[in-house]
Design a protein around this ligand. Sequence first.
Ligand code: ZN
Length: 407
Amino acid sequence: MTDLIIRNVRVAEFDGLIDLAIKAGRIEAMGRGLAADGPERDAEGALLVSGFVESHIHLDKACILDRCHNETGTLEGAIASVGAAKKSFTAEDVYARGKRVLEKAIVQGTNAMRTHVEIDPGIGLAGFDAVVKLKHDFAWAVDLQICVFPQEGLTNYPGTQTLLEEALQKGADLLGGCPYVDSDPHAQIAILFDMAKAHDVDLDFHLDFDLDPTWRHLDEIARQTVSHGWQGRVAIGHVTKLSALPRAALMDTVALLKHAGIALTVLPATDLFLMGRGEDHLVPRGVAPAHVFHEHGVCCTVSTNNVLNPFTPYGDCSLSRIANLYANVHQLSGASALQACFDMVTEAPRRLINQSNRIAVGEAATFVALPARDGVQVVSEIARPLWGFKDGRMTFEQAAAQLFEPV
Ligand SMILES: [Zn+2]
């Protein structure tokens, strides 16, 4: 007796519709017309995928538009207004706002996330403690990876490094960095690499968050990645300067990231909102061309970053929408380009956060059903997930829309 048979699903490696049997949280069998004994569910031809993955999101500073506003619309304005609001954050408050984001993300088909958490002597470990509790309380639906980082600087803010150490001792999964806010960016990068090696954790930097290509911290990150032997363990996010590079210089940077084994994360909602504020017409888009790096074998992801805060005053936590936004900004069309956008919110971020989740016999019964033929249609039509499972248990369902024609 199986626990559940899901009939008529579309899975990438199979032609036509197949059935899938679940037992004890795992996929017991897959194939056409499975003869199995147990309760059944008809998927009516839905596409089954392993689920969306946020490789870069901030649960601790989400949903704060009721208490702060970005006056200038710039990056500096966002950091200043969140910095002021952060003074009143408590663990209970961070938990409640993070819970709201997780609940939105779950119904959008997201089942794994890397969240950044700010650590400094002002907030202490209050935000971190709240996110640890969220990780535990939402493990039924989302695998949460916690990246602690010094948003307000490391070398310029005494006490921050000790708190980062403490968070790593208490179970933070990896370290983040933010050299552009530090009074000594290269020293911050060096300290974080030393800490990452001592704790054997990956690194994920907020990097190069402006549109001036005449200087950047990327080369120093690449240099230290190679000299520390940390290839394959470093990610960089935003890197908006890449959108200001002519093709030849861009291709040199593609080669640099490949050589250093650095992954690239692009956050189009935030980058579009914050970049180009100095212009009053022909405003630049400021979104790094991740698809070019992806095409050349760099691990690239597209993610939500912020939800309803001064960095990004929008957000429904839909990664099919963010993939569509990315495709639209970069004027992408055609099956392979749109499939790449789908990969950058599913398979690539899962690889980045060191998870695997295949829809195959013997694997965990963790997947999401979408009303689409393939990833291309998911991106072009912003398909809304129908339902999802994690480890054999249903985690959400959204009722299909209905039309009521006059009779
Ligand atoms: Zn971020």
